[in-house]
Design a binder for this molecule. Structure first.
Ligand SMILES: Nc1ncnc2c1ncn2[C@@H]1O[C@H](COP(=O)(O)OP(=O)(O)OP(=O)(O)O)[C@@H](O)[C@H]1O
Ligand SMILES: [Mg+2]
Length: 380
């Protein structure tokens, strides 16, 4: 085969990554299918990865037509193959129902780690994560890199707290964190929570007009609106670029890098095993950072760096990426980024250093707010 081959050109930007999070019965599957039809248009092709024993198929024909692939095993690597198959088959929209199984399902990331820990002599899961985390990262890369629009559903972890209302103890439902790795929401452009009345609350988006929107029985119209917005090629509203934030950011990052390396003075990079060293080398990230042409690209590179193993050198890469990113970010971008960073569990391996970056982003925002003469108040 010739080493040159043509592939179908696609507008890489005109794809949406939508996450629907909710408890059982909230309408994740149903709404995902309706939104998918709106995005695909009447004649577009929809693929569904179903990990819930054919639960999507009960809506075939009534809600819309689609092709389905049922997965009995939920290893992240199996998802990757399924996503790549949908990509290669040229579907317009891919619905992943549900992405939670890649985490907590049969042979999902958690089970793989548990099994590996049981097999190991030490019985601890630390080493097992070293093998499973790259598989999970590959799943995220497959979603982010897929040429189809992707709508992923995730189950919500629901918790109750007891609140005192007029002297009475009343249970109140709190937190709708997705059953997935902490910070998974960060990878999606639109994140929406579904409630038991089938209302969709858009909790995160860069699309003007729908942030915070509550949409009852979301459907084709919502999908079509998102599709139209993407096709217009309109970027999120851009305020004045944050040029002056860059110096502040550089300075803070310098300080953090310095402190972190000092604190880990005995952790010589050369002592690390070979594969880890290669992955940790800052040069690994340089082409990605330099190749990124806009804020959206840089933000996905930042996500990748944050998901890479923790090391003093990772700060170098975070610094380069964050400073490039601030150079082309709007106030809205930075505000959204600060919100995203707040989602991430700072104690998780990939979350280390995120708290520091969060501070820097909010610092940069504070500088901007000050320049704009607004009170220095940064929403978290
Ligand atoms: N967007 C919607 N428009 C109209 N009806 C809806 C919508 N969303 C949900 N419903 C109604 O709610 C029912 C349950 O929805 P669905 O099967 O999508 O829940 P789910 O969140 O996927 O649940 P599970 O987690 O158990 O799979 C549907 O059969 C449908 O009657
Ligand atoms: Mg469902």
């Amino acid at each position: 085969m010739s080493k040159f081959s043509f592939t179908q050109a696609s507008r890489t930007k005109a794809r949406s990554r939508i996450a629907l999070i909710g408890p059982s019965g909230s309408g994740k599957t149903y709404s995902a299918l309706r939104i998918a039809r709106g995005l695909a248009g009447p004649d577009g092709r929809i693929a569904v990865i179903d990990t819930e024993h054919g639960s999507a198929s009960k809506y075939a024909g009534t809600v819309t037509d689609f092709d389905v692939l049922e997965l009995d095993h939920h290893g992240p690597e199996t998802y990757v193959q399924a996503i790549q198959a949908a990509d290669a088959a040229g579907y317009d929209v891919l619905v992943i129902d549900s992405l939670s199984h890649a985490w907590s399902g049969r042979d999902g990331a958690l089970e793989q780690v548990d099994n590996a820990a049981k097999r190991s002599r030490s019985g601890n899961s630390y080493a097992a994560w070293r093998d499973v985390t790259p598989k999970h990262n590959a799943l995220i890369d497959a979603i982010v890199g897929c040429k189809c629009h992707v709508i992923a559903t995730m189950r919500a972890k629901t918790e109750y707290v007891i609140e005192q209302v007029k002297g009475k103890s009343v249970p109140k439902k709190i937190g709708l964190a997705a059953v997935q790795r902490d910070g998974m929401e960060y990878e999606f452009d639109i994140v929406a929570d579904m409630d038991l009345e089938h209302n969709m609350l858009v909790s995160k988006t860069r699309m003007p007009g729908i942030d915070g929107a509550v949409i009852a029985l979301p459907g084709e119209n919502f999908g079509a609106t998102v599709g139209a917005w993407l096709n217009e090629g309109v970027d999120a509203p851009v305020n004045a670029p944050v040029r002056d934030g860059r110096a502040a950011l550089e300075k803070s990052l310098d300080a953090i890098e310095h402190k972190h390396i000092e604190g880990n003075g005995n952790r010589d990079e050369d002592e690390l095993p070979e594969p880890a060293r290669t992955e940790r080398a800052p040069e690994h990230w340089t082409p990605l950072i330099e190749g990124a042409t806009d804020y959206a690209d840089l933000r996905s590179v930042l996500g990748r760096i944050m998901r890479s193993p923790d090391s003093p050198r990772r700060f170098g890469a975070l610094k380069a990426c964050a400073s490039a990113l601030v150079g082309c970010a709007s106030v809205d971008d930075l505000e959204a980024l600060a919100r995203d960073l707040a989602y991430i569990d700072k104690s998780a391996p990939h979350g280390k250093g995120v708290g520091a970056i969060e501070t820097i982003v909010t610092d940069a925002l504070a500088v901007l707010y000050e320049q704009a003469g607004e009170p220095v108040a940064v929403a978290s």
